[in-house]
Design a protein around this ligand. Structure first.
Ligand SMILES: Nc1ncnc2c1ncn2[C@@H]1O[C@H](COP(=O)(O)OP(=O)(O)OP(=O)(O)O)[C@@H](O)[C@H]1O
Ligand SMILES: [Mg+2]
Length: 284
């Protein structure tokens, strides 16, 4: 465990969704400040050029832009899968740059869920094991992992397919398994990169309906897409072009047309306390 930051975790403003903390002082789930990202090359690629974005608990956000605009790069930085070249990324108030790799990995495992276009399921594992693996690095004991996996599968409507293998499922069902895996750790947010990109129109619509339903249940969800009609379905729409945010309809509540009522009420509290963070603990 690093000594540098756990004391910060006791601050009441870090309790995302805590009703006793006024919204104005509640820290965003993710905050990106003046972030740049360049990839080495001749010449280097400036994938992000000064991005500012804050997402609060309960939001449903679509980030939309054409191919190559920097969407996946931004998702990787928001998800702590990569580090920025410049600027700062904070997850529930914690500055990723000041944290050791192990601490970032633990933060990621416990606070962030991912959904990808390609599903990334283990084909030879059962559905329930594919979901339960989402809890492995959070130090949840095996018995609880399976129980919580069943609950997550119920939430995506696949409770009856727990013992199937991904090869026996349709594309839409596979993406539901991936969504259950993202949700099982009750993350502070779910980041989805083109979640309907490999699905036909009707199946994609049902996945979007599921995402909306999960948001209504309290999940904070960011959907990355090149498709404006998908982004329009989200409550907040952020447009990215050539590595810069060029439009942002704004967080719910900051605009009179988007009152707080449209934010989902948190179903579960995300409380960061020092005792909550047991870094380096081996999963049993
Ligand atoms: N690992 C990398 N090395 C070098 N350049 C990269 C790398 N990853 C992305 N890029 C470049 O950075 C820019 C942004 O890429 P990114 O993948 O973020 O775009 P995107 O908006 O997700 O596009 P798409 O809709 O096609 O997925 C592109 O010019 C891309 O070629
Ligand atoms: Mg991409």
């Amino acid at each position: 465990m690093t000594d540098a930051w756990p004391h910060l975790l006791d601050h009441p403003s870090l309790v995302a969704g805590n009703d006793s903390v006024p919204d104005a002082v509640q820290l965003p789930v993710v905050q990106v400040d003046d972030v740049t990202k360049s990839y080495p090359g001749e010449p280097p690629v400036q994938a992000l050029r000064g991005v500012n974005l804050a997402i609060r608990q309960g939001e449903l956000v679509g980030i939309v832009g054409p191919s190559g605009s920097g969407k996946t790069t931004l998702l990787q930085l928001m998800g702590t899968l990569d580090r920025p070249t410049g600027g700062r990324v904070r997850i529930t108030g914690l500055d990723v740059a000041t944290m050791a790799d192990d601490d970032v990995a633990y933060l990621r495992a416990t606070r962030i869920g991912f959904v990808f276009q390609q599903f990334f399921l283990a084909e030879h594992s059962t559905v329930i094991d594919n979901v339960a693996v989402g809890l492995l690095y959070a130090g949840v004991p095996i018995g609880q992992r399976r129980q919580r996996a069943v609950e997550a599968l119920d939430r995506v409507g696949l409770g009856n397919r727990a013992t199937a293998r991904p090869t026996q499922l349709s594309g839409g069902q596979r993406q539901r398994v991936a969504i259950a895996r993202a949700l099982v750790g009750r993350p502070a947010m779910v980041l989805a990169d083109e979640p309907t990109g490999n699905l036909d129109q009707a199946t994609g619509q049902s996945i979007l309906a599921l995402i909306e339903q999960l948001h209504q249940g309290g999940s904070t969800i960011v959907v990355i897409t090149h498709d404006h009609t998908i982004a329009e379905r989200m409550i907040r729409k952020v447009e990215i072009l050539d590595g810069q945010i060029v439009a942002d309809s704004g967080a719910a509540g900051t605009d009179p047309r988007r009152p707080w009522a449209r934010l989902a009420q948190p179903r579960t509290r995300v409380a960061l306390t020092a005792s909550d963070v047991r870094l380096g603990e081996e999963p049993s």
